[in-house]
Design a protein around this ligand. Structure first.
Ligand code: CO
Length: 160
């Protein structure tokens, strides 16, 4: 595995709508592993491909900050169900030191393809639901600072 360079706000790749993945192969799995390693090294709970310069619809999430034991690799993810609404503070590895309050659905269902090409579905709430919604915004070229309120400098919460 290898650490990748995280792109930061101002880089046009973060404003680009990503293309769906068409081929799931060893190369893609290596990218997912490198993204995970980069995320863990930065104490993040999620990372999307454009954050490492790849305009494709994949992201990695793991909200188990202590043990790194809840990793999900999401390929071509689509949110198919949303319920409720909750405002919480969030950050982003691509916007160092910035935090802000973002309204997200409280519960979601996301459908995606696994790293081995299987169709999967995941129901999430809490931090995992927030993180997945944050990462899917990245795949559409959106940053949390575009929608956040009360943006402040300084670490307050997990970054994705
Ligand atoms: Co982010």
């Amino acid at each position: 595995m290898a650490l990748l360079t995280i792109r930061t706000a101002g880089d046009p790749v973060l404003k680009t709508v990503c293309a769906p993945v068409v081929k799931i192969d060893k190369r893609l799995r290596k990218l997912l592993d490198d993204m995970a390693e980069t995320m863990y090294a930065s104490d993040g709970v999620g990372i999307a491909a454009p954050q490492v310069g790849e305009s494709i619809r994949v992201c990695v999430v793991d909200v188990d900050v202590k043990n790194h034991n809840a990793r999900h690799d999401l390929i071509n993810p689509v949110i198919t169900y949303r319920e409720g609404s909750v405002v919480d503070n969030e950050g982003c590895l691509s916007c160092p030191d910035l935090f802000g309050d973002v309204e997200r659905a409280a519960k979601i269902r996301v459908e995606y393809i696994s790293r081995f090409g299987k169709k999967k579905s995941l129901e999430a709430e809490g931090l995992l639901a927030r993180c997945i919604q944050h990462e899917l915004d990245h795949l559409d070229g959106k940053l949390f600072i575009d929608i956040a309120k009360n943006i402040t400098k300084g670490r307050k919460n997990s970054e994705a």
